[in-house]
Design a protein around this ligand. Structure first.
Ligand SMILES: [Zn+2]
Length: 375
């Protein structure tokens, strides 16, 4: 994959007069400065969001639980391809604690060049996490909540402005991946995590030297879920074309712990559990770029080609299906063998218990005679 750099940064957009959405959202805009116009919402009053932000009560809200058995395999979903991701260390990126999450601003030169019908330009990325007491991903899979979740936010440049894109269907694309405790430090996350202590308080900002942003995502960008949803924070615009990767990103327990315990949010409390609960699908379909369901259902698309043929994990998925078939065959063979053995044992016992049966000549043991016992 080529990671070419084009140079235009979101900071430049800001300098040219683009400002954040009036309500502020970590998904869609430049982080809020602490001040009188600070968004009043908090994770403590999630149930009240829709009173001030009507879209939050809509029928295409995010996050959702992904029920893998209900997903629909769509061979049309090609692997996600990123471009411009390997940022030069001379490029300074803003890292900020906006009171709801940690936000890293991304240059618009970073794009999604494949996996969506059109190119998207990067805006920012941020994280969601839980606390030492529990996990904090936003999406769940078959009811399972992961330790954390990264959201990489992009907009569709065919709209006149980012602000316009945020409000239009399909105007935003968010790449999401689950963070999970693994055996060792994830070096790709160090540029973010090692500077968290510089932005402990809400509103604090620091600069991070450019690094390879793609390292923050899973290595396999070919297996993912896709659905239409919303920002997971107010104003909850229902304009996000979501990608939730199947492969998780592993961080060490110490790194996850750093995320959970370093930042402070509203009222100087620990910034923890910054995730929204899963929302009802209201009939929406969740597509999968791979055969995630036990009994996969295909989208009937005319002229659909083969599934992602070069995808090693897809091949692994097929291998797992083959293994299931073999396991079934071996199970049947085992059952037949066991049955035959039992029949054999039964027949042997029947022969030995017949009143007129005689010991076979090759039987070594013979019962002692009365005479022998008398000696
Ligand atoms: Zn988010």
């Amino acid at each position: 994959m080529s990671c070419t750099r084009l140079g235009l940064s979101l900071l430049l957009l800001a300098a040219l007069g683009w400002t954040e959405d009036e309500h502020g959202s970590e998904h869609a805009s430049h982080p809020k400065k602490k001040g009188p116009d600070h968004g009043h919402w908090s994770y403590a009053d999630k149930a009240q969001w829709q009173l001030e932000y009507p879209y939050c009560g809509g029928q295409m809200q995010s996050p959702i639980n992904i029920d893998t058995n209900s997903t629909i395999f769509s061979p049309e979903l090609q692997p996600v391809v990123l471009a411009g991701c390997n940022l030069d260390p001379s490029e300074q990126l803003s890292l900020m604690n906006n009171g709801h999450t940690v936000v890293l601003q991304l240059p618009g030169s970073l794009t999604i060049a494949g996996g969506y019908p059109q190119e998207h330009r990067a805006m920012q990325l941020h994280l969601h996490w839980g606390s030492p007491a529990g996990p904090g991903s936003e999406h769940t899979v078959d009811g399972r909540r992961y330790d954390g979740e990264i959201h990489m936010v992009y907009y569709n440049p065919s709209y006149e402005s980012i602000k316009e894109a945020m409000r239009q269907p399909g105007g935003l694309a968010v790449l999401a991946a689950f963070l999970q405790v693994g055996p060792e430090d994830n070096v790709h996350y160090q540029p973010l995590l090692e500077q968290l202590d510089e932005i402990q308080e809400e509103g604090k900002e620091t600069a991070v030297a450019g690094f390879n942003i793609e390292g923050l995502l899973p290595t396999n960008l070919g297996r993912y879920y896709r659905y239409s949803g919303s920002l997971t924070t107010p104003p909850c615009y229902q304009t996000v074309n979501w990608t939730v990767f199947n492969q998780t990103v592993l961080l060490s327990k110490e790194q996850i712990s750093l995320l959970e315990t370093t930042l402070q949010g509203d009222d100087d409390k620990d910034l923890q559990n910054n995730f929204r609960l899963t929302q009802s699908l209201h009939g929406r379909k969740v597509l999968a770029s791979f055969q995630a369901a036990l009994s996969p259902r295909r989208v009937p698309l005319p002229g659909a080609g083969c599934p992602p043929c070069g995808d090693s994990e897809n091949q692994l998925g097929l291998s797992l299906q083959t293994a299931d078939v073999l396991a079934g065959l071996f199970g049947v063979l085992f059952a037949v063998t066991a049955l035959a053995f039992l029949i054999y044992i039964h027949k042997q016992r029947s022969q030995n218990t017949r009143p007129d049966s005689h010991p076979k000549p090759n039987v070594i043991y013979t019962a002692a005679t009365t005479d022998e016992n008398a000696v």
